[in-house]
Each structure stands twice: as structure tokens, then as C-alpha cells.
Design a protein around this ligand. Structure first.
Ligand SMILES: [Zn+2]
Length: 136
């Protein structure tokens, strides 16, 4: 029979993370990457519990879902074709960007997320950097 190893870390609640994101943005203003934001959020969380851990993606998604920051999304275009699906930035639904044709139909030019503003053309754009600024 194997022993269950002791947890070496603990998971903070959404509320705790949201408060930490607010604190960090209040204190530091614009933050130039998701990694930096997460590092600062973690530092803030560690004042409450030194074993807390949080992923960059969870911090980003909570910041967007709770409208805590203005987020600038930088992307690079790949050679891959874009396919319909959920938003890679926030997990939200994407809508087709349509262009009307002279024949009365429409063609898909890409996809846009209504929640966070991420968009891609027919060549898939992959997010590479996020800049977080406090809401004014
Ligand atoms: Zn999105």
C-alpha cells in the first residue's frame, strides 16, 4: 500500500487571487508580462499563506473574467490555418469576423473574442505577450 504524499503547496481561492491582483495593480500600475504579474500576485498571496501556488493562466483568466485590468494582447502570426474554437486567451466564445461578398453571401475573415478582444485572421495568431494595466 502506498502512502499519500503530503501536499507541498496549497491552492488559493478565486477571491484571494482577485484581491491580490487588485493589490498588485494598485501598487505597481502597468505590468509588462503575465509572468511578472503572476510573480507579484504570488508574492502578495504568500503574505497570507507561504505555500500558496497559482498558475499564470489562472491569474490571466481571473483578471479578464472579473474585469480587473485592461489587457493588451500581443500575438505572432503562424502559418497554421485558424479553426473555430474557444478563445485561447480567456476561454470565451469566439465569433466569426465576416465580410460580405458582392454575391450577397459572406466569407469568414477570422474570429474575434467578445470577452477579451483577442482576434485572429485566417492564419492563426498565437498570443505571446500580455500587458496588464489598471482600469482607470
Ligand atoms: Zn477571449
Amino acid at each position: 500500500m502506498s502512502m499519500t504524499p503530503a501536499m507541498a503547496y496549497r491552492i488559493p481561492s478565486d477571491t484571494e487571487i482577485i484581491q491580490a491582483i487588485r493589490d498588485v495593480l494598485d501598487r505597481y500600475g502597468a505590468i509588462s508580462s503575465q509572468r511578472k504579474l503572476t510573480k507579484l500576485v504570488l508574492r502578495s498571496l504568500h503574505r497570507h499563506d507561504s505555500e500558496y501556488t497559482v498558475s499564470e493562466e489562472r491569474v490571466r483568466r481571473l483578471a479578464i473574467a472579473n474585469d480587473l485590468a485592461t489587457i493588451e494582447i500581443r500575438c505572432r502570426e503562424t502559418k497554421d490555418k485558424t479553426s473555430a474554437g474557444s478563445c485561447p486567451v480567456c476561454g470565451g466564445k469566439t465569433a466569426r469576423i465576416k465580410n460580405l461578398t458582392v454575391y450577397g453571401g459572406s466569407v469568414t475573415m477570422g474570429y474575434r473574442c467578445r470577452t477579451c478582444g483577442y482576434w485572429t485572421g485566417l492564419r492563426n495568431r498565437v498570443p505571446t505577450l500580455y500587458v496588464f494595466s489598471p482600469k482607470s
